[in-house]
Write a protein that binds this ligand. Structure first.
Ligand SMILES: Nc1ncnc2c1ncn2[C@@H]1O[C@H](COP(=O)(O)OP(=O)(O)OP(=O)(O)O)[C@@H](O)[C@H]1O
Ligand SMILES: O=C(O)c1ccc[n+]([C@@H]2O[C@H](COP(=O)([O-])O)[C@@H](O)[C@H]2O)c1
Length: 165
């Protein structure tokens, strides 16, 4: 996304509680943050962000964007999502405000069906990556190799902690 857009940096915001997902089965937020840190290690244009850990749950993205803007007024934030997330985007809290005040950069995802035209929605041309977190977790649970599907340091962390055995 950084190579193919005007973005200077990409910040990875770990969400303790997606309003649309069940909490059950979710790893501890500190482990999830650590895995992001390991995944982006050495890339100084990427940041792992824990701002939602200290905000009310579930994690509503409009509130996070407002909070980020308060804290970092010098930055102009965009929201990056995968194309699959467009399907239910209209049901997100104040989705019209997210579009008007911030804007979306959409990474294409295999199988994505919903698209809509809006001046603040940018569909970025980037390689399709047919990998999901569910696929990786299930593969590990079945004892199959996930090498090359995720960063090596993250694989080591997951195996060390025996998360998906
Ligand atoms: N392979 C991918 N291509 C494009 N976008 C992706 C891909 N995997 C995840 N994303 C995007 O990254 C964000 C976080 O996704 P999430 O952690 O839910 O991944 P997931 O693989 O869909 O997870 P799960 O399988 O657990 O539902 C979402 O905006 C999602 O659309
Ligand atoms: O703000 C909302 O109403 C909203 C509804 C659904 C999902 N989100 C956010 O979308 C992000 C992607 O979630 P996930 O679980 O697919 O990684 C995460 O930051 C969620 O908090 C936000």
């Amino acid at each position: 996304m950084q190579d193919r857009t005007d973005l200077d940096e990409v910040w990875y915001v770990v969400s303790p509680q997606n309003p649309f997902k069940k909490r059950r089965g979710l790893l501890h937020e500190f482990d999830r943050l650590r895995m992001v840190e390991l995944a982006i290690e050495g890339n100084f244009n990427f940041k792992a962000i824990d701002i939602e850990f200290h905000m009310p749950k579930p994690s509503y993205t409009i509130d996070t964007l407002a909070h980020l803007t308060d804290k970092f007024p010098q930055h102009d934030f965009k929201l990056i999502i995968g194309g699959d997330n467009l399907t239910h985007f209209h049901k997100w809290k104040n989705s019209d405000q997210i579009l008007e005040l911030f804007g979306l950069y959409v990474y294409p995802r295999p199988g994505e069906t919903v698209t809509f035209e809006h001046p603040n929605v940018m569909y970025v041309e980037a390689p399709l990556i047919d990998i999901s977190a569910t696929f990786i977790r299930k593969s590990m649970e079945a004892g199959k190799s996930v090498t090359y599907l995720l960063p090596p340091l993250v694989e080591d962390y997951i195996k060390g902690k025996k998360f998906f055995v």
